[in-house]
Design a protein around this ligand. Structure first.
Ligand code: OSB
Ligand code: MG
Length: 390
C-alpha cells in the first residue's frame, strides 16, 4: 500500500464495507450474565481516497448482556449515523474522529469504536508507521493473561488454570458468579500456589448485600476483583472498596474519560480495565490511560473474544506505558480453530505477545476466509445530502 496521494496526514474515507461473519469458539465462554458459543462478529473494511485500506472489528455481542449494545444495534448505528459522518470528509488525522462521532449521538460506543479504530488503522498505513508508534506505545512485548469462563465444578477450573500457567500466562482471571465464587477461586489458589497472579471477574453479578461474602476473597491474594457490582455503578463500588483490601477494578462502569475521572474522584476502585470498544475507540482509551497514569492508577487491556483483527488494535494500545498489568490478550488458538489473520497471534514462552513493528494491523487479513465466513455484507458510500443527526 502506498502513502496518501491526498497529502501527508490527511484521511479521507470514500467507502466502507460492513459485514458479519460467524466464528465458532473452540469452547463456549460463560460469564455471569450469559454464554457465547458462536461468535457473531461485525467487521468493517475502510478504503481511503488514496487507495489504502484496512480492517477493523466491532466487539458487540449478539445479546445486550455485557453492555446495552448488540451486533444489530451496532450495524444500525454504523450504517445510519456513524459512517455518514465520516465518509467523503477530510480529516487531519484519526485524533479528530472521536469528537465527530460523539456530537449528538449518545452511546453506541462499540459501533463508534469500530469506525474510529479503523481510522487509526488507516492512519498507520498512510503514515507507514506501526499502530503502536502512532498511539504512543513504548513496549515491544506485552504480558498476557487468560480469562477463564465459569466451569461446572472447581476441579475443571483448576485443570484449565494449571494448563494456562504451564503455557506461560502471566495472570489467571477467573469468572465468578454467586454460588460459584469463593470456593472456585480458593481451589485455583490452592492448586497454583501463592506466586501466581490471579484475579476474579464478576461481570456485575453482586450487590452491596454481598459485602461480607465478597470480603472472603481478601484472603486469597487476588491482584484485583473486577466489576463486582452494577454495570454503570461508581458509588456502591466506592463503598465496597472501603470494605475490602483486594483492589477493585472497573470494566463495564468505565465508558468514557469522564467516568474514569469520576472513579478516581469517588475512589470506586484502584485499577481500570480498558477496552477500546467499550469506550468508543482508541482516542478515548488513550485519554483514560492518561488520566489514570496521572492519578497513579494502573490500567490493563481487556478483551471481548476478538478475532485477530480486533486483537491487533488491543495489542497496539496495550504497548502504552501505563498498561502495567497483563492484558486479556490470549493467542488466537485459545479462541479459534483457525483465526482470520496470518500469522495468528501467539505468545512466547514467557507469556508475552509481541507488538508488531509493521505499519497497519501487523498481521495480514485472510480475505478469502472472511468472504467464506460472511453471512451479510453492505457497502457504505457518502450520501449526496447529509440526513439524520448532525
Ligand atoms: O468482562 O472482560 C470481560 C468476555 C466476554 C464478556 C466480558 C468479558 C470477557 C472476557 C474475555 O473476560 C477476555 C478475552 O477476550 O479473552
Ligand atoms: Mg470484565
Amino acid at each position: 500500500m502506498t502513502a496518501s496521494s491526498n497529502g501527508a496526514g490527511t484521511l479521507r474515507i470514500d467507502r466502507m464495507i460492513l459485514r458479519e461473519i460467524r466464528l465458532e469458539l473452540r469452547e463456549p465462554f460463560r460469564i455471569s450474565s450469559g454464554i457465547v458459543t458462536d461468535r457473531r462478529i461485525a467487521l468493517l473494511e475502510l478504503f481511503d481516497a488514496s487507495g489504502a485500506s484496512t480492517w477493523s472489528e466491532c466487539v458487540a455481542f449478539q445479546l445486550p448482556n455485557y453492555t446495552a449494545e448488540t451486533i444489530e444495534t451496532a450495524w444500525l448505528a454504523i450504517r445510519e449515523w456513524l459512517a455518514p459522518r465520516i465518509l467523503g470528509r477530510d480529516f487531519a488525522g484519526p485524533e479528530e474522529i472521536h469528537a465527530v462521532l460523539e456530537k449528538n449521538i449518545r452511546g453506541h460506543n462499540m459501533a463508534k469504536a469500530a469506525v474510529e479504530m479503523g481510522c487509526w488503522g488507516l492512519a498507520s498505513v498512510l503514515r507507514d508507521l506501526p499502530l503502536s508508534a502512532i498511539l504512543g506505545g513504548t513496549r515491544d512485548r506485552v504480558a498476557t493473561g487468560i480469562s477463564l469462563g465459569i466451569q461446572s465444578e472447581p476441579a475443571l477450573l483448576v485443570q484449565r488454570a494449571e494448563a494456562a500457567v504451564a503455557a506461560g500466562y502471566r495472570k489467571i482471571k477467573v469468572k465468578i458468579q454467586p454460588g460459584q465464587d469463593v470456593e472456585y477461586v480458593r481451589a485455583v489458589r490452592d492448586a497454583l500456589g501463592d506466586s501466581v497472579g490471579m484475579m476474579a471477574d464478576a461481570n456485575s453479578a453482586y450487590t452491596l448485600k454481598d459485602v461480607e461474602h465478597l470480603a472472603q476473597l481478601d484472603d486469597l491474594g487476588l491482584i484485583m476483583l473486577e466489576q463486582p457490582l452494577g454495570d454503570d455503578d461508581l458509588v456502591r463500588h466506592a463503598t465496597l472498596q472501603r470494605r475490602m483490601r483486594t483492589p477493585i477494578c472497573l470494566d463495564e462502569s468505565i465508558t468514557s474519560v469522564d467516568r474514569a475521572e469520576d472513579m478516581i474522584t469517588l475512589q470506586s476502585g484502584r485499577i481500570i480495565n480498558i477496552k477500546p470498544g467499550r469506550v468508543g475507540g482508541l482516542s478515548a482509551a488513550k485519554a483514560i490511560h492518561d488520566v489514570a497514569q496521572r492519578a497513579g492508577m494502573p490500567v490493563w487491556c481487556g478483551g471481548m473474544l476478538e478475532s485477530g483483527i480486533g486483537r491487533a488494535y488491543n495489542v497496539a494500545l496495550a504497548s502504552l506505558p501505563n498498561f502495567s498489568l497483563p492484558g486479556d490478550l490470549s493467542p488466537s488458538a485459545r479462541y479459534w480453530a483457525r483465526d482470520i489473520v496470518s500469522p495468528e497471534w501467539t505468545m512466547d514462552d514467557e507469556g508475552m505477545v509481541h507488538v508488531p513493528r509493521e505499519a497497519g494491523l501487523g498481521v495480514s487479513v485472510d480475505e478469502d476466509r472472511i468472504e467464506a465466513l460472511t453471512v451479510r455484507r453492505e457497502e457504505l458510500r457518502p450520501a449526496r445530502a447529509t440526513v439524520g443527526v448532525t
